[in-house]
Design a protein around this ligand. Structure first.
Ligand SMILES: O=C(CO)COP(=O)(O)O
Length: 259
């Protein structure tokens, strides 16, 4: 498949894998990798990381000027919601993106479409970018998967983001069955699903950035071609050398296009 791209977005969530000390050590290694990557320096490769809540302020400091994301947010703006963290407080400490509706939150914490929509609204209201996670629970066929993706995006964004507002939103397509697996979903399946979904979504959400997530790592971006704008990475970049490899791969794909 031909590669037609001028910009790649890469992100990763550390979920709840690391200790505080390991998160900060990892962030320092990653900051050095980003500083050494020309395609990151000139903005053609964008990278964000979502550590756990307690690590956010330090991660913002270590990774600056690269954006840091939260893994979740309260659906309410403020008030008596013990244990929750507001979008306002996240914005105040320098968080620029917020992951919403990850498969684990939908499945393990029974997060509903209504809660996810409310979270998108508060995040957009604070001027941050939602990283909306969508995807089908079971492997099926691409057109059914694309229906699920479009329905989940509409349920999350249609009230908060009128079609006339060209605000940036990141949608991470993560088939639930490909998360925590040995390898990503088959490239042809992802390409077809994303192709159908993107065509239907772009008219309504012109600022859409579409990422693939689910056991992604070195090689995934090349396999997917221009079906996606980038990757939402997980376990396979716990070793920073793998992140460096993915950044090199993204840079090489961009170089193919620009030279
Ligand atoms: O859920 C994911 C990113 O948020 C993907 O995680 P894995 O790459 O570890 O499967």
């Amino acid at each position: 498949m031909s590669t037609v791209r001028s910009h790649v977005v890469l992100g990763t969530s550390l979920k709840m894998y690391f200790s505080h000390a390991r998160t900060l050590a990892w962030a320092k290694d990653v900051a050095a990798i980003l500083a050494a990557a020309p395609a990151v320096a000139d903005g053609r490769v964008e990278f964000f990381v979502a550590p756990s809540f307690p690590a956010l302020p330090e991660a913002v400091r270590i990774l600056a000027p690269h954006p840091v994301a939260a893994q979740d947010v309260a659906a309410a703006e403020t008030g008596a919601f013990t244990g929750e963290v507001s979008a306002g407080e996240l914005a105040e400490i320098g968080v620029r993106l917020v992951e919403i509706g990850h498969a684990e939150r939908r499945r393990l914490f029974r997060e509903t479409d209504a809660e996810i929509a409310a979270k998108c609204a508060v995040v957009l209201g604070q001027g941050m970018t939602p990283v909306l996670c969508v995807g089908e629970p079971e492997a099926g066929d691409p057109s059914t998967a694309a229906d699920v993706v479009v329905d989940q995006v509409d349920a999350a964004l249609s009230a908060a983001l009128p079609a006339t507002t060209p605000r940036r939103v990141i949608v991470a397509y993560e088939p639930h069955w490909a998360i925590g697996a040995a390898e990503p979903a088959p490239a042809a399946y992802v390409q077809e699903t994303c192709g159908i979904a993107r065509e239907r979504l772009l008219q309504r959400y012109p600022g859409l950035t579409l990422l693939y997530g689910g056991s992604a790592g070195p090689g995934t971006l090349t396999a997917l071609g221009d079906a996606v704008d980038g990757l939402f990475l997980g376990r396979f970049v716990h070793d920073p050398r793998n992140l460096a490899a993915v950044i090199d791969e993204a840079s090489a794909l961009l170089d193919c296009f620009t030279h």
